[in-house]
Design a protein around this ligand. Structure first.
Ligand SMILES: Cc1cc2nc3c(=O)[nH]c(=O)nc-3n(C[C@H](O)[C@H](O)[C@H](O)COP(=O)(O)O)c2cc1C
Length: 245
């Protein structure tokens, strides 16, 4: 079983969700063992980190109680995470950044019991893909995808892209200066090259992400004996066996 979590990083169900659904639809078709779920930021409260560092001595629990806890549990369980975000001010929306900040720091606390000396971030080896679209062209898509790739690397995960030439580092799209949440959906049937590329690239990203997830899972199962004494691999090795720690 491969669990694929799609994160719609927009406060509305719009263009980010539209491309995410293409990726998730393709992901679900790769294998009968693929389980997909979509988390939407729509209507959710995600406060920014207040730098209290309490998560370091509370088994990784964040003292701010809001929608963070729900998404964190989904994230921890997932083998593959696909972020689809709107570009805001050349970057990701503040809500998504708030989630990522709190996830990173609280994960140290969550797994500190595995390590005898300093807390480390385990090699969680999830596959992470990024879709970013904005109202305009050359207006932050690449920066935003790069930020998500950096997040993947920091979290000891593996970034995945679609295939060249349509998705160098992830999927980029634009709405032709249309601020409507239906901008992409309403143009879907048109033969516009940029939109068709974004749709194809999203599907492809979903496919490649699951394929890489399957490869990692098979590798983890095959090599579990070799790595079982290294705590840094524990969460990954438990996950590929269907357990969550
Ligand atoms: C606060 C804010 C900042 C934005 N900044 C950018 C930007 O820097 N570049 C861009 O291309 N679009 C920008 N946009 C437009 C959105 O990225 C665009 O409307 C997108 O399609 C919204 O996706 P959604 O339908 O998933 O919410 C911004 C929109 C908002 C609300």
């Amino acid at each position: 079983m491969i669990k694929v979590l799609g994160i719609n990083g927009s406060p509305r169900k719009g263009n980010s969700l539209f491309l995410l659904e293409k990726a998730m639809d393709e992901a679900a078709q790769i294998d009968t063992g693929v389980e997909t779920s979509i988390y939407s930021f729509t209507g959710k409260r995600m406060a920014g980190c207040i730098s209290c560092f309490k998560c370091g001595d509370k088994q990784g629990e964040c003292i701010i109680r809001d929608d963070f806890q729900e998404l964190r549990e989904m994230w921890i369980e997932a083998d593959v995470v696909i972020y689809s975000v709107p570009v805001y001010h050349m970057g990701m929306p503040a809500q998504v950044k708030a989630f990522i900040d709190r996830l990173g720091n609280s994960t140290f606390g969550r797994y500190q019991h595995l390590f005898t000396e300093e807390a480390k971030l385990p090699k969680s080896l999830k596959v992470i893909g990024a879709i970013a679209q904005g109202a305009h062209i050359f207006s932050g898509q690449e920066h935003t995808i790069t930020d998500i790739i950096n997040h993947a690397v920091i979290m000891q995960c593996i970034p995945v892209a679609g295939d060249m030439w349509e998705a160098y580092i992830g999927v980029g799209g634009w709405t032709y200066n249309d601020n409507s949440r239906k901008a992409l959906r309403e143009r879907e049937r048109e033969a516009d090259l940029d939109l068709q590329v974004a749709i194809r690239a999203s599907r492809n990203l979903g496919r490649r992400a699951v394929e890489l997830g399957l490869i990692l899972q098979a590798g983890g199962l095959a090599e579990q004996e070799r790595f079982k004494d290294q705590p840094i691999y524990r969460p990954f090795l438990e996950r590929v066996k269907g357990n969550r720690i």
